[in-house]
Design a binder for this molecule. Structure first.
Ligand code: PLP
Length: 375
């Protein structure tokens, strides 16, 4: 175990209590707690509809399906993301078309490169708000309008992050969130689809539960006695045990993000003067969830960067790399592309610990060790 892990759960007695209460209620699958979680989520994220799912990977799958992506359609996506973003495209036998990032100081998808990749087959764009910082949504929305494309936001990093007073995830056609254990909201596994479009919402709810017109809970409370199957759906449901965890976590989210924001500014003041380090998003003013704290080491090769990580590990500091580019993975060989900025960023990036249990002293310790190693 690391003395300074990348992430720690912000759980206390409230999470244990919530789970026990749900178990004692004798309803543990999708039911009243999931509905409460969805309603609270929609309210906090200022969006009309929210549908809880078993994880974000399936949320992305549903999102692409409900906006109408079909076999052979092209979907533009980043390569600097978790592989699930792109896998969701392939579940529908659609074609992932990778776009580069803006640059090492703004590693979100490049609008210029998106436009270069648009063809007559392009149906949608998936954006990913890296580290919790907003993609350039204004210019992406202008493109989407011009070429009649749908926008899916992979907002896994960005709960309550903002962009011109709008919440990320609620700007495009559909937004997707993850509650995997190391995310800002942790339920072990879990996800959420948000949308302002009632048709998308209805479709997502149907597909989440086998295309059935009612779920067990509605039948158990007598709202319905039979069902039809009107679409070819899946079992992508969230259960009430996890939803009750989600409610507690949502109520803690704001204070968790405030701590993270302070920690980011401490990191910045410690590392700002180190000429070898680029801190991405330094000039961004919109509120960010700070899901992770990545830095970029100027001119580093992958080997040299890994050497730095190894020494940090010796000091008990866990680091990560967000992300090995998807277009370089073996299973993406046939979809690969030339993405110089993504590849450059990958070689030099290191993610440092970031979570609300981290202290200012921890940040100073980690930054001091890092600066020693680099000098
Ligand atoms: C975590 C994550 C996912 C996948 O979420 P799961 O809930 O684990 O399926 C997808 N995209 C990004 C950017 C993520 O960080």
């Amino acid at each position: 175990m690391y003395k300074y892990p990348l992430f720690e759960l912000n759980f206390d007695y409230q999470e244990s209590e919530a789970i026990i209460n749900t178990i004692n209620s004798r309803w543990i699958s999708t039911g009243p707690k999931t509905e409460e979680f969805e309603n609270l989520f929609a309210k906090m994220f200022s969006v009309k509809h929210a549908v809880a799912t078993s994880n974000c990977t399936v949320a992305l799958h549903l999102a692409l399906q409900i906006v109408g992506v079909k076999r052979g359609d092209e979907v533009i996506c980043p390569s600097l993301t978790f592989v699930a973003t792109c896998n969701a495209i392939r579940y529908l036998n659609a074609i992932p078309v990778f776009a580069d990032i803006e640059g090492v100081d703004n590693p979100t998808i490049s609008t210029t490169d998106i436009e270069k990749k648009i063809t007559s087959k392009t149906k949608a764009i998936i954006v990913m708000h890296y580290a919790g910082f907003a993609c350039d949504m204004n210019s992406i929305q202008i493109l989407a309008e011009k070429y009649q494309l749908k926008i899916i936001e992979d907002a896994c990093h960005a709960p309550l992050s903002e962009y011109h007073n709008q919440k990320l995830g609620a700007i495009g056609d559909v937004g997707c969130f993850s509650f995997f254990s190391n995310k800002n909201i942790s339920t072990g596994e879990g996800g959420m689809i948000v949308t302002n479009n009632k048709d998308y919402y209805d479709h997502a709810r149907l597909l989440r539960s086998h295309g059935m017109t009612s779920m067990s809970y509605q039948r158990s409370v007598g709202h319905s006695t039979e069902y039809d199957v009107v679409d070819f759906g899946y079992n992508y449901r969230m259960d009430d045990i996890r939803s009750s965890l989600g409610i507690v976590q949502l109520n803690k989210l704001k204070s968790d993000l405030e701590v993270r924001e302070k920690l980011r500014s401490h990191y910045i003041s410690e590392l700002y003067n180190c000429e070898k380090i680029v801190i991405p998003f330094l000039n961004k003013s919109h509120f960010s969830s700070n899901y992770i704290f990545p830095i970029y080491l100027k001119g580093y090769t992958e080997i040299k960067r890994n050497y730095v990580r190894q020494i940090l590990s010796g000091f008990g500091i866990q680091t990560s790399v967000h992300y090995p580019p998807v277009h370089k993975f073996t299973v993406y060989k046939e979809f690969t592309s030339y993405l110089p900025e993504t590849e450059k960023y990958f070689c030099g990036t290191i993610t440092l610990p970031m979570h609300s249990r981290l202290s200012t002293d921890d940040v100073i310790y980690i930054s001091t060790r890092l600066k020693e190693i680099l000098s």
